[in-house]
Design a protein around this ligand. Structure first.
Ligand code: SF4
Ligand code: SF4
Length: 325
């Protein structure tokens, strides 16, 4: 089995997602990286809070490596509300058991926002002494002894759709409710499996990856969608689509690609098949803190950018639409 250096691994993450699908390219590396406690496999706890479960579904769509094999044979997935066979008390007993047995060794993945409204409990998980336990309490409890926390999807990283509008549930990002533990944000609505598995492999094998000011791995979130887009030459030449079915740049139809930082145009979704603009839909900057309140209306031209030929803003200027977390 080839032992990749960190530099080689990062090159794979950054360059070959487009060609093969990262998870295909790093398959041997995944097998090697996922060796540790829990019978040689690192223990993973995956908690789902305020979400549609779309990020789990997106991960399960990964076919290389076959995700079922990763979940059962490669990592030790100790807890996942949707996937685990156990239910009720036997399921809930797993969390304190993992916390005790693998303190400082397990990775906590959180999908979905954390509701903090104090009038009623908007999001609960299991019971204690006959009373529901809030999801927020479980996130804080499990994060306290985790080796690292990975917030996946825009709801977990920035609040996302549950935190939009008047936000009656007080939905917040994971970063707003935990502290004192290494945290990585992997936003997306939904996440891309490459970015989650690639981040997990890096954390396990090489430690914390390089992060941007929003705690996103720069290898996946370091470039502007607008700079990678196959329609960028059309933007620079002033060839704009006037209807979604046309082949021009979608800027005048509401595309927020100039404000979104990730590699969607090269990595693509559904096992490298397509992405929003290739499907004739404007980018809505789903990986940025302002999504969806500050990136909508989705089909209206963003006022802050242009004219054609304007250079892309630098990553820290993402605060134009979202603000710093
Ligand atoms: S505005 Fe949108 S469609 Fe046009 S080049 Fe930028 S990312 Fe591509
Ligand atoms: S192209 Fe934009 S809206 Fe589509 S997945 Fe990527 S960042 Fe999100």
């Amino acid at each position: 089995m080839r032992n990749l250096s960190r530099r080689e691994f990062l090159r794979l993450c950054g360059a070959t997602g487009a060609a093969l699908g990262l998870t295909h390219a790093i398959k041997p590396e995944i097998l090697e990286a996922f060796a540790g406690p829990a019978g040689g496999r690192p223990p993973i706890v995956w908690l789902q809070g305020g979400s549609c479960s779309g990020c789990s579904v997106s991960l399960l769509n990964s076919v290389q490596p076959e995700i079922g094999k990763v979940l059962t044979d490669v990592i030790s997935l100790q807890f996942h509300q949707t996937l685990m066979a156990a239910a009720g008390e036997p399921a809930m007993d797993v969390l304190p058991a993992v916390k005790k047995q693998y303190a400082g060794q397990y990775y906590l993945i959180v999908e979905g926002s954390v509701s903090t409204g104090d009038k009623v409990m908007y999001s609960t998980l299991g019971e204690r002494d006959g009373k529901p336990v809030s999801f927020a309490e479980w996130v804080k409890t499990m994060a306290a002894d985790a080796k690292a926390v990975i917030a996946v999807g825009t709801c977990a990283t920035f609040g996302g759709i549950p935190a939009a509008g008047s936000n009656p549930a007080g939905s917040k990002a994971v970063s707003d409710v935990i502290g004192g533990v290494p945290l990585i944000n992997v936003p997306g609505c939904p996440i891309h499996p490459d970015r989650v598995l690639g981040t997990l492999v890096h954390a396990i094998k090489y430690g914390m990856p390089e992060l941007d000011h929003l705690k996103r791995p720069t290898v996946f979130f370091g470039k502007c969608v607008h700079d990678l887009c196959e329609r960028r030459p059309m933007f620079d030449e002033g060839k704009f689509a006037t209807r979604l079915s046309e082949q021009g740049c979608l800027y005048k139809l509401g595309c927020k690609g100039p404000m979104a930082y990730n590699d969607c145009p090269t990595r693509r979704y559904n096992n490298n098949t397509s992405w929003c603009v290739a499907a004739n839909a404007p980018c809505v900057a789903c990986v940025e803190p302002g999504f969806p309140d500050h990136t909508s209306p989705f089909f209206e031209r963003m006022p802050e950018y242009g004219p054609a030929g304007t250079p892309s803003p630098q990553p820290h200027q993402g605060k134009i639409i979202g603000g710093d977390k």
